[in-house]
Design a protein around this ligand. Structure first.
Ligand code: SF4
Length: 277
């Protein structure tokens, strides 16, 4: 039977919201993984947190759940521990996991839980109509910061690589083929994978032109590579190098897979610890 990943739920994102492009990329990535036998659709669980990104769980015809604000990661970890045969992916936002639930993000990287997290980063609390998030640029004016924010956004890549993350990547929602390719690689990764998807909010912080001019793929034209199924990003061989690769190069913002190594997962170690010695 052909895979139908669409649901009957009405899409309520603003017309033109890049979340729709992320949804297309997810559907295409899941279709590819199922088609080549890497994924059983009945074993896939997709969670989401609270925010505009969270509506994606209504639009993907797979096993889904919606977590409390900032708490998608502990829910994913619990599901994976309860049934390690499941493939557990989660969507979150910069408000959800960089602002509300940051401690869970760091814990997941430290543990190397075998879960796959995708952050829709629009640098603003969009669902609640435009308040500053932990990723808003310094000086960002909003209803809660009328004089502008005083904090710099933090470097999530440096934080997570320092904490032990085994897969980190960045992509741009406007490039559906490239985003699909990275999503596929992130889901294939064994261990904790962290992918930041730059997703401008066209209603409360329209950064489309800013990012279009600045993002670039470290590995060249990703559309051709996506068609060929390539994942040859030449990731770094150590976390320090990966932090450097992920950093903005002047005004340029690199996309791609910066780090991809294998280590024992949290769930494997839990099972081993329960074996009689
Ligand atoms: Fe998308 Fe922003 Fe509209 Fe939310 S408020 S649906 S992020 S454009």
């Amino acid at each position: 039977m052909p895979l139908n990943l669409s649901t009957k739920a009405k899409i309520t994102w603003c017309p033109g919201c890049p979340n729709s492009q992320i949804l297309v990329a997810f559907r295409q990535a899941i279709e590819s993984l199922v088609a080549d036998g890497s994924l059983k659709i009945e074993n896939l669980v997709a969670g989401a947190g609270i925010g505009c990104h969270g509506k994606i769980s209504d639009y993907l015809n797979v096993n889904t759940f919606t977590a409390l604000h900032g708490r998608v990661i502990p829910a994913m970890t619990g599901i994976k521990c309860a049934n390690p045969h499941l493939t557990v992916i989660g969507m979150s936002g910069d408000g959800d996991s960089y602002s509300e639930g940051l401690e869970h993000l760091i814990a997941a990287a430290r543990r190397n839980s075998d879960i796959k997290l995708f952050i829709h980063d629009n640098q603003v609390f969009a669902l609640t109509t435009g308040q500053a998030s932990a990723m808003s640029p310094k000086g960002f004016k909003s209803k809660t910061t009328p004089a502008g924010t005083t904090e710099e956004p933090f470097d999530a890549f440096a934080v997570l690589l320092s904490a032990g993350a085994t897969f980190v990547a960045r992509t741009y929602a406007g490039d559906i083929a490239g985003t699909k390719r990275v999503i596929e690689a992130a889901i294939r990764h064994k261990g904790f994978s962290f992918t930041e998807i730059i997703q401008p909010c066209i209603t409360f912080f329209d950064t489309r032109d800013y990012f279009k001019e600045r993002v670039f793929w470290r590995d060249g034209d990703t559309s051709e590579k996506s068609a060929a199924g390539s994942t040859s990003d030449s990731p770094a061989t150590n976390p320090d190098e990966a932090i450097k690769l992920s950093r903005k190069d002047g005004e340029k913002i690199p996309l791609g897979i910066f780090y991809n190594v294998e280590k024992p997962t949290f769930e494997e170690q839990l099972i081993n610890n329960q074996q009689p010695k």
